[in-house]
Structures are given as C-alpha cells and as structure tokens.
Design a protein around this ligand. Structure first.
Ligand SMILES: Nc1ncnc2c1ncn2[C@@H]1O[C@H](COP(=O)(O)OP(=O)(O)OP(=O)(O)O)[C@@H](O)[C@H]1O
Length: 323
C-alpha cells in the first residue's frame, strides 16, 4: 500500500507522544451498571495498540466514549488534543471508527458511500484523496460496484475506506478479523501495518491473542471495566520467553546448595522439587551446566519437565485472578 498521509514526517516531541489520553474515566450506565472504573490510558502517536478483554469487559464502552458515541460519567478524554466532550467535533474529526458490524448501504456504490462518509464530517470533497484510499485498499476496480455485490473481505475494506474518508489520525478497529478466514486475516494485518507506517495510530480490539501478538506494539488488557495490564509487546514476549525446568529429586534438600547459586533456582516447600527459571530465547539456557553440577554434587533426580507460559496463559491468569 502507498502512503495515505505523511503529516508525521518529523518525530513527535515527548509531550505530543500521547495521541489519546484517558484519565479517571468511569462509566455508569442508566441501569446503574458500572462498565468502566477509573480507567487511565495513554495511546502513543503512531503505535498499534491492541485492547484485549473477555466479553463484557468494557472494550466497546471505552471505544464508544473515545469516539463520542457514549457519554462518560466521569473523567477526561483527549483525542489529538481535543476534549471529547467540550470539543466533540474537533475530537471526532481526528477519529475513524471501523465497527464490528458491517453497516453500509447495500445499494450504494463503493465510491458514493465513501464520498458520502467524508461529507458527513463537513470536509470539502477531495476526489483525489478518495481515489488514493480506494487504490490503497485495492478497491479501485470496484469503485462503481454496489456494496451488495462485494465479497465479505471487500465489504470490510469498504468500512475501512469509510472510516478513513475524512483523513483521521486515529483509527479504531473493533474486532477487525472476527469471522474472517486465515488468508484474509493476514491481508488485513498487512493493511493495518501499512496504515500505521503512514502515520495513522491504530487501536484494535480482538479476541484473537495471536492477532495481538502479531500486530500490536503494545497490549492493554481490560477486565470488568478496569485496565489490568498495559505492556510493550516485546516486553511481554520476553516474559513469554521465560521457561521453567522442574526437577523431581530423589531425596529432599533443605536448601539450594551454595554450589548452585549461579542459577535462578527455587526449592519447593517439601524440598523435592528444584525449579530452574531460564530464558528460552537465549542461546545458552544453562541447562547442560546445571545438570552437570547436580551430578557433581551427587543430587539425583527421577524426573524432569519444562513448561512455558504463553500470552494466553498470562491473559487467562489476569482475567481469572480478578474474577
Ligand atoms: N447501554 C447499556 N446499558 C447498560 N449496560 C450496558 C450497556 N452497554 C453495555 N453495557 C454493559 O457494560 C458491560 C461492558 O460492555 P461492553 O460492550 O463495553 O463490553 P465488551 O468488552 O465490548 O464486550 P464484547 O467483547 O462482548 O463486545 C457489559 O456488562 C454490558 O452488558
């Protein structure tokens, strides 16, 4: 895909890095249900941020508040410097939203529907820009086709074209690949990356952990209306890289022998399990050396196994731990 917008040619100053800033956000629906609790969150300019959470966690509520569809009960949200309540129009003009459901007029042509979306934001017509996004999204050949004649994947791309029609700097994608086949999912990932490379900040919600692993620069986990984790993906992956080797000893130990102090070892309470934490991604795991030392120390073991935590485990633990 070719550039959509090159307005971010020079690196942003530190103070400008947060393109979305959410502080002390609470949402209590009319029913009395509290859907968001004291949410603080900063989205950096130019990143892909994945928001993960189980059903009903508050993802849509959070996105809807930022997009001005739902009113906050308390708290402040700034979108590219605009207060989403006091300066709704200013904030909304910076944001494109691709909702989960495909909601386009089946009888309209691709060109008309995207042009109309731009008009809704009060932007002057810009056929050259519309042409560019349709070309970038491989929809140019279909510009005169009615939406109803398009495949599911093309309809999704039309939704993205609509969301981009008013040249937003922030794009929300709510479950962009739900119910989409593997090949199309990879195409979507490619497309989202290329949008990011062209200066658009992307916030996506997903149920696919693999999607967050593949796409996101940072990952946020929300559960029961609270943000429970925000982490750089690479840091999370490093954590993922942690593995454990568990040795089932023949005879219990009272303490980890001094000769083994160079290793990150933990002894179970009954003294029968020696657990070694190591970095699975490093070339030298240290396992061979540890086993040699154990043999030299006359420490026999009858069994051993390794285990590794995945992002899915981390996610499930976080969500269960607070259930
Ligand atoms: N208009 C409303 N009135 C009352 N409660 C609501 C309303 N909208 C959402 N909720 C409740 O707020 C909670 C959060 O809903 P939300 O749609 O934000 O979750 P979600 O994380 O997007 O879930 P999903 O992954 O299922 O889309 C849910 O318990 C939901 O039932």
């Amino acid at each position: 895909m070719k550039p959509l917008d090159s307005s971010h040619a020079s690196p942003p100053a530190a103070s400008e890095r947060a393109i979305i800033s959410v502080s002390g956000l609470n949402k209590i629906y009319g029913s009395g249900f509290q859907a968001l609790r004291n949410v603080d969150l900063e989205i950096s300019r130019g990143e892909i941020f994945a928001l993960l959470g189980p059903n009903g966690a508050g993802k849509t509520t959070l996105i809807s508040i930022i997009c001005g569809i739902v009113n906050p009960s308390m708290g402040i949200v700034l979108a590219d410097g605009h207060d989403i309540v006091r300066d709704y129009r200013g904030a909304r003009s910076k944001i494109g939203l691709v909702p989960q459901e495909l909601s386009t007029d089946a009888f309209e042509s691709v060109w008309d529907t995207v042009t109309f979306s731009r008009g809704l934001f009060g932007k002057a017509p810009n056929p050259a820009y519309i042409e560019k996004i349709l070309k970038d999204l491989s929809l140019w050949e279909k510009k005169d086709n009615r939406i109803m004649t398009l495949s599911g994947g093309m309809k999704r791309r039309v939704m993205i074209a609509k969301a981009l029609s008013h040249e937003p700097t922030i794009l929300f994608l709510d479950e962009p690949t739900a119910g989409v086949d593997v090949e199309l999912r990879r195409d979507m990932w490619e497309m989202v990356r290329s949008l990011r490379d062209n200066g658009v900040t992307i916030i996506l919600t997903t149920h696919y952990i693999e999607e967050a692993e593949e796409m996101a620069d940072r990952i946020g986990v929300i559960n029961k209306g609270e943000i429970v984790l925000v982490e750089d993906k690479t840091v999370l992956m490093r954590k993922l890289g942690r593995k454990q080797l568990t040795l089932q000893l023949q005879h219990p130990l009272n303490a980890v022998p001094a000769a083994l102090s160079g290793y990150d070892l933990t002894l179970s309470e009954d003294g029968l399990q020696l657990i070694y934490d190591f970095d699975a991604q490093s070339e030298e795991t240290g396992i061979a050396g540890l086993l040699r030392l154990l043999s030299e120390q006359g420490i026999d073991f009858k069994d051993l196994h390794t285990s590794q935590s995945s992002l899915e485990d981390i996610f499930v633990d976080l969500v269960r731990g607070r259930a």
